[in-house]
Ligand binder design. Sequence first.
Ligand code: CP
Ligand code: NVA
Length: 309
Amino acid sequence: MKRDFLHIVDFSSEEIQELLDLAVRLKKEYQEKGENPPLLKGKVLGMIFQKPSLRTRVSFDMAMRHLGGDALYLSPQEIGLGKREAISDVARVLSGYVHAIMARVFDHEHVLELARWASVPVINGLSDYNHPCQAMADALTIQEVFGKQKGLNITFVGDGNNVAVSLMHICVRLGWNFTIANPEGYDLNPRAVAQAQEIAAQTGSRLRFLRDPHEAVRDADVIYTDTWTSMGQEEEAAQREKVFPPYQVNAQLVSEARPHVIVMHCLPAHRGQELTDEVADGPHSVIFPQAHNRLHAQKAILARLFNVL
Ligand code: CP
Ligand code: NVA
């Protein structure tokens, strides 16, 4: 049976850690030898994008090339997912041309529908609900800094968005404590929270849902933030810019966390809004190694879905 990569919670704690270990192995191999073996020779990843992308597009494309395969970029103008053509038809047609599909969509239901109808593996490259590939790169980065210890304190400051959902889910899978501070009206999806609570009860993670960013970062090993306005919410931008300034990750907020705290952001960053230049380019920031880890984490995901490692 084919396996998709749609949500972090679809994978057990052991499977997530195995993927991370595989990412470490592939990264080391690539850095030492300048190449990975051509495990995906002859394989093509079809990449459907309904939204813009730098990291997801380029890192998936390069991951396929490093593994000897190829990637095909399908722009928002080309497919018209669910508009020009029914998603079920797109999925069945593409399944005859490419060996796996990666999709970045607005409506989470659309990536689920693609996966239901495609006979090849489907990877979620971000939806309005979650961003599981990002969370894999985030966890890889956190383990590079702190090792595999449980009980780390990860604090997300800002909007309870797609990136926050997947981060929360990987935290509970790996036994890390997750705290979010967000303004009222911008809470995490309740279904995602319920799933996290269920997993946390088994893995011993602590979950906290706060309003005060200062309280949230106290004892933080990791401070994570993301844009106040995600793709698809552009008409709310002015309102959000009024609500979110107290949630800016700036030097003052960072100084209230543990001295060794690292600052993370999935990027693209809106410097001067959710993150100041001083923090983004300062000693606590790991935003660029984090972005680069997308490449390595996704190689592991691809190798696993293609059953070659
Ligand atoms: N972090 C991330 O997914 O970046 P892109 O939107 O550039 O792909
Ligand atoms: N939350 C952001 C993440 C971008 C990678 C968005 O959905 O636009």
